[in-house]
Design a protein around this ligand. Structure first.
Ligand SMILES: C[S@@+](CC[C@H](N)C(=O)[O-])C[C@H]1O[C@@H](n2cnc3c(N)ncnc32)[C@H](O)[C@@H]1O
Length: 266
């Protein structure tokens, strides 16, 4: 998976343990990993995190910030889910970065069929086992390389756009456009920038475009995390021929629909 990145990103030590000072062995390890890209590290993180991923969603373990927080979090997720369900019937659905299936079941319930793509075999396996739904077809693919072979009426991505590096934003949306059937719609949901969303032992969030994430066992990974505000994202998409309507759920999430602006494809 060779990818071209900013030099500064490519040479950063991308993986290290946070438990204790750096040992000689650890420094040697980081040095020999330094030519790996942040996108490879990002995927490695999600592969390693697969079995603990849903703790984030359920606000358990390191994401537990109390009952009131959990109630609001789940209520806001429900708001996003309700907005998605207002687009039913979904028709032919493409889910990008499907993960462990937190949205795949919802999509499958309103779809003719779902093509669910992810680059982590571990998350696909959890998703497949959880859903056991013959209407869902899984594709193991790197979204930064993947090209669509079919068109879809609804393209969904949850908590994925924020993991697309800013310099790949344009290319990503071109791929989405290629995969969208005439009259098709895009729905996405993602994180607002709030420290309350992330694990209690994660560093303060910044606008740097990357964050350090830690697993339950202490392994740490630097990954992409670009935060958007609805207005800015709407404008970015409008400049690329998308008519987007983006809202927030209050504290934690933004969600939106996007369609091709009438003049964009003519
Ligand atoms: C934040 S999770 C979102 C999962 C799911 N959409 C959800 O809302 O729960 C990001 C997902 O992107 C996947 N991923 C990471 N890098 C990828 C890549 N290059 N191509 C495809 N999927 C990738 C990870 O395996 C992970 O499942």
């Amino acid at each position: 998976m060779g990818r071209c990145l900013h030099h500064s990103m490519a040479v950063r030590p991308l993986v290290r343990r946070t438990d204790g000072p750096p040992s000689a062995e650890r420094i040697a390890y980081t040095a020999c990993m330094s030519d790996e890209t942040i996108l490879d590290k990002q995927l490695a993180y999600y592969r390693a995190r697969a079995s603990e991923y849903d703790e984030w969603h359920r606000r358990e373990g390191r994401y537990d910030r109390g009952d009131e927080h959990r109630r609001q979090w789940l209520a806001e997720l429900d708001d996003a889910r309700e907005s998605l369900n207002r687009l039913r019937p979904f028709g032919r659905v493409l889910e990008l970065a499907c993960g462990t299936g937190l949205w795949t079941g919802e999509l499958a319930a309103g779809a003719d069929h779902v093509t669910a793509i992810d680059a982590a075999p571990e998350t696909i396996e959890i998703n497949r086992t959880k859903l056991a739904n013959p209407r869902v077809r899984y594709v193991l693919a790197d979204l930064f390389e993947w090209r669509p072979e079919e068109c879809y009426d609804l393209i969904f991505f949850g908590f994925w756009l924020s993991h697309v590096p800013a310099e790949r934003f344009e290319r990503f949306w071109s791929t989405v456009c290629e995969a969208l059937a005439p009259g098709g719609r895009v729905f996405f949901v993602d994180s607002l920038k709030t420290q309350q969303s992330t694990a209690t032992n994660h560093a303060a969030l910044t606008e740097a475009g990357t964050v350090e994430r830690v697993l339950n066992d202490g392994r740490a990974f630097r990954i992409v995390k670009v935060f958007y505000d609805p207005e800015r994202l709407t404008a970015c998409l409008a400049a690329r021929g998308w008519d987007a309507h983006i809202e927030t759920t209050g504290s934690f999430f933004l969600y939106g629909t996007a369609t091709r602006a009438p003049a964009a494809d003519s």
